[in-house]
Structure formats: C-alpha cells, structure tokens
Design a binder for this molecule. Structure first.
Ligand SMILES: [Fe+2]
Length: 286
C-alpha cells in the first residue's frame, strides 16, 4: 500500500487501438485548482504506473499514426501519509477508502474513457462538467465526479486540523452566516439530515457572492452548478463506518474539531476571489 506523502502520480497516454505499440507519455502539470491537468509530451517515452494494465513501458513508433486517442487519469495520493490523521481517521479507513473506493472510481473511469474518445483531453474539472451534461449525466459522470470529490476531500483535511478559520475566511463566514457558531451548526445539520450517501460542502456562490452550506446526493458535486467549493465532507458510509460505526454525529464533529483544513480553505478562498468580487468594486481612476 503506497503511503508516499504529498506526491502525485499522474499519467496518461495516447494510443492507437489498432496497434497498442503506438504510445507516448504525458506530463502532469500541477495546478492548485485542478486535480488532473494533463498535457501530452510526444518526446518523452517513460512513464510509471503499477495499476493500469496498459501503462507498460513501450516505445513510440513515429512511422505509424494513431487512429484513436484516449486520456487516462491517475490515482492521486492524499497530501499526507495514510496514518497521519490518526486517531480521528484511521489508517485502515484510509487504506480502504482511498486505496479501495477512490482507486475503483479512477479505474472505472479509465475503463469507460477507453470506449469514448470524445472525452479525451479534459482536466478533471472540465470532465465533471462535461459529463454532467446539463443535468442529463453521461455514464462517465459518477466515476469522474467521485474522483474529483475524493481528491478535493483529502485536501480538505490535514493533520492537526479543525478549530477555527482565520483572517478572510473567518470574516466571510461571519458576514454570510452571522457567526462561526452558526456556520458550524448549519454544516453539522446538513451532514446529519443528508438522506443516503452524499457530500456536504462549504461553497462560494458566484452570482450571490456569498458562502453557503449545501449538500449533494451520491456523486453530485457543486462544480456542475458553477459554485466554487471551499471545503467538503464525505458522508458516504465507507468514510466513517470503520471508525464511528453509525455515529454520524461523532464523525462530523471530529471532522470539524480535528480534521478540516482551514489553511486549505484560506488558499481556496484566495483563488476564488479572482473570480468573485467579495467587496465593492475598486476601479482605478486615471
Ligand atoms: Fe468516499
């Protein structure tokens, strides 16, 4: 079980379905807002993955032309060791949740994309929006959204997290919810009243220019409504059952007290403010 800290293994490739020796590798471009931004590198042969069956080191034959192009996504590791959230989220939970469920979403998505080259070349953010298809989701949507959701969720936590947000995030929460206590109550209530499996989010609503707590069912993610996610909490049973059995209240409170990363929330808010003006417009006067 890999436990490398803060690393990302991202691979994709293009291939000819008639001849799988026609293959190159892609390079990963780290992006703070997108988990999977991929760009082809036609002059680099080597790439690594122990999981995807097609990702074996092969030579690219320039004399042959590719007839079909497929994009593949890698399983991104959480930005901490798998036991780093102990005792609040156990190593066993991370091994099963990240190493099992999250991995299955990635592999399921890659299998689907193999059959649909129309969906080649999107970042994960784009793929989620495109496969949502304006409310008539394509078959790839569930896996794509769950890959995105889980990448976002791991990064919404940190060892030594919890407590109170600071500076701008705290000010915006106080402005939009009245107080941090009010926000916290809304977030916990949303988690506990979510029917079935799903997610709870703190999002920045672009049009209303305010923060809001929302909940989504199954794999749905707020990107599809053009909200900007700031924090998420996985409320699927696989996220908490090993550690908390059916005590969802304890799980949610532990998340708020010890796991949520307000540092990450602060960085996400700072980026979001490039797209949403949370104050009065300040237009320079010539
Ligand atoms: Fe999950």
């Amino acid at each position: 079980m890999p436990t490398n800290q803060g690393s990302v293994e991202q691979t994709c490739f293009f291939s000819c379905k008639r001849n799988k020796t026609q293959m190159g590798s892609c390079c990963y471009i780290p992006s703070p807002s997108s988990s999977h931004l991929l760009a082809t590198d036609f002059f680099s042969w080597g790439f690594k993955s122990s999981k995807l069956p097609f990702l074996q080191k092969r030579r690219f034959d320039r004399s042959q032309r590719a007839s079909k192009i497929c994009g593949y996504y890698g399983l991104r590791t959480p930005p901490y060791k798998l036991d780093a959230l102990e005792p609040y989220m156990s190593l066993k939970t991370l091994e099963i949740h990240w190493g099992g469920h999250h991995r299955n979403y990635v592999e399921g998505l890659n299998k689907q994309l193999e059959k649909n080259d129309i969906l080649y070349g999107f970042t994960m953010d784009e793929l989620v929006k495109v496969t949502y298809n304006n409310g008539n989701p394509l078959p790839e949507f569930n896996n794509a959204a769950q890959v995105w959701n889980h990448d976002f969720f791991w990064e919404s936590m940190q060892p030594g997290g919890g407590d109170m947000p600071k500076l701008g995030v705290l000010q915006q929460i106080e402005k939009d919810f009245g107080s941090f206590t009010n926000f916290r109550e809304k977030f916990v209530e949303a988690a506990l009243t979510l029917f079935g499996s799903g997610w709870v989010w703190l999002v920045l609503k672009k049009e209303e220019r305010r923060l809001a707590v929302i909940k989504t069912s199954n794999s749905t993610c707020p990107l599809v409504w053009d909200d900007i996610p700031i924090i998420s909490l996985d409320m699927w049973e696989h996220a908490y059952y090993l550690d908390y059995k059916n005590d969802k209240g304890k799980y949610v409170n532990v998340f708020m007290n010890h796991l949520v990363s307000w540092n990450v929330a602060m960085a996400r808010m700072a980026r979001a403010e490039a797209f949403v003006n949370l104050g009065e417009p300040k237009i320079p006067i010539a």
